[in-house]
Design a protein around this ligand. Structure first.
Ligand SMILES: [Zn+2]
Length: 182
């Protein structure tokens, strides 16, 4: 499971990911191939753990800090599903949360999630859409398409943020701050 995650973070599609994201208050974030290498190294040397299970099949979650039965700095990875590209794109999404944690970044959760969905979109754009996408993953894909075309102010990014703010799935934390602690 650990090797599978490292392989995804280093594969051709992930290593092609390279984009800038501008937050609603004008902060610019750059996402580079090296960010995924950094997370892969942290997984390799055990600073980040990988656990099979703890989430439903086809799902993945990076746990920032201890929360209930979830440990800190840990990827929980469900069983693979029938759509390997969508599944791997989820690992890329969770790797963004891990990257900002490693960087000890404090930032709005809204931007953190939006960036994760755009990175996921870039993966799908390169690897191919082989299964269903959540609303936010679909919007992230549209933002990635625009960014790839050179449209830096994608209106899809507003729709992505709006969707995150309105989805009950995110309402517990989406208005709060992400506090990376390494
Ligand atoms: Zn997320």
């Amino acid at each position: 499971m650990k090797q599978m995650l490292v392989n995804v973070l280093k594969n051709y599609h992930t290593q092609k990911i390279n984009f800038r994201y501008k937050s609603t208050d004008g902060v610019r974030y750059g996402i580079y191939a090296s960010d995924f290498q950094t997370v892969a190294t942290a997984v390799d040397d055990g600073r980040i753990s990988v656990v099979e299970g703890g989430v439903a099949a086809g799902k993945a979650e990076y746990s920032l800090r201890k929360n209930g039965n979830k440990d800190a700095n840990t990827f929980y990875i469900g069983q693979n599903n029938a759509a390997p590209n969508v599944f791997k794109s989820l690992l890329v999404h969770e790797a963004i949360h891990a990257k900002f944690d490693l960087n000890m970044l404090q930032m709005p959760w809204l931007d953190n999630e939006a960036i994760a969905y755009v990175a996921q979109g870039f993966y799908i754009l390169s690897a191919g859409e082989d299964g269903g996408l959540s609303d936010q993953a679909y919007l992230g894909l549209e933002v990635a398409r625009d960014l790839q075309k050179g449209v830096s102010d994608s209106s899809w990014a507003d729709l992505l943020r709006e969707s995150l703010l309105n989805d009950p799935l995110y309402k517990n934390y989406i208005n709060g701050n992400f506090m990376g602690d390494g």
